[in-house]
Design a binder for this molecule. Structure first.
Ligand code: PAF
Length: 279
């Protein structure tokens, strides 16, 4: 596995690979790799000639009160894992190279960035769309791979790709889960033993809503109630929001139907976790 820090080197290699007719699959990450990331890399390997993954803890997607400094970093361990998952090129740019002095340009996907998680994380999705666009411009992939866990992020990236006529396919793969259903996330590392047990409530509550839907319940309110009451029985997990929305997330669904998305965010102690299901 080749490790590239330099933006110009990454860009030139990507151009050369394209010139040689190779397809490039890309997995952008912030590191602290877990099985969710690795499954994206393994999948990219099956579908592309060359797999590029990036590790970049993007400062512009953290709000001032958030965990940018504490965000888990393990470059050595990540290199081993990425190599094992079949990554050919690991791109690890420095913050000063991505955002040099005088940097001023940001991408905002209007409307979609200010709902759901965007309400409590102002500026977060602006940071995400900006870095993803920059990485796509540098790595020049044919296909970029993202996990369904970050559902709003995917909707925003897909919208950006359409609106800005980006020449890249955005592929979405299912959320990878722990045995008790907890969605894999780098932030799960923050949970202590008790919090880790409580965290299973996110997926359990979503499953309860799904099971009601499968029994024929179509009312958004009833499904929301099911999630709220699942959280009521769990004193250390605080539901931040539950949203039952159209797959494009712009509108809340009046009645639930196949394809409706249920997205939740909750705080377990100091850790904020998200999850979602598509009915
Ligand atoms: O999903 C993430 O890990 C990040 O938001 C991403 C897409 C790598 C951008 O920093």
């Amino acid at each position: 596995m080749k490790i590239i820090e330099d933006i110009t080197e990454m860009h030139s290699l990507a151009m050369q690979l394209r010139h040689e007719g190779k397809t490039i699959g890309f997995v952008p990450t912030m590191g602290a790799l877990h099985q969710g990331h690795l499954s994206l890399m393994q999948h990219a390997k099956k579908e592309s000639d060359v797999v590029v993954a990036s590790i970049f803890v993007n400062p512009t997607q953290f709000c001032p009160s958030e965990d940018y400094k504490e965000y888990p970093r393990d470059m050595e361990g990540d290199m081993e894992k990425a190599k094992g998952a079949g990554v050919d090129i690991l791109f690890t740019p420095a913050v000063s190279a991505i955002y040099p002095e005088g940097y001023r340009t940001y991408v905002e996907v209007e409307g979609l960035s200010s709902v759901l998680c965007g309400k409590v994380r102002p500026g977060h999705f602006r940071g995400v769309s900006t870095i993803v666009l920059k990485l796509l411009n540098i790595v020049k992939p044919h296909k970029a791979f993202f996990g369904q866990k970050d559902y709003q992020q995917i909707v925003i990236i897909k919208r950006m790709a359409r609106d800005l006529n980006l020449d890249v396919e955005i592929a979405v793969l299912p959320t990878v889960r722990e045995e008790d259903g907890l969605a894999m996330s780098s932030r799960n590392q923050y949970l202590n033993k008790d919090e880790r047990m409580s965290a299973a409530i996110l997926y359990r509550s979503l499953q309860e809503a799904r099971s009601l839907f499968e029994k024929g319940e179509m009312s958004t309110e009833k499904l929301k109630d099911a999630i709220l009451s699942a959280f009521m029985g769990n004193s250390s997990a605080k539901l931040e929001y539950v949203a039952i929305v159209h797959p494009e997330i712009s509108e809340e669904e009046k009645d639930v139907q196949k394809g409706t998305v249920i997205a939740i965010a909750a705080r377990i102690g100091d850790t904020r976790l998200i999850d979602n299901i598509i009915l």
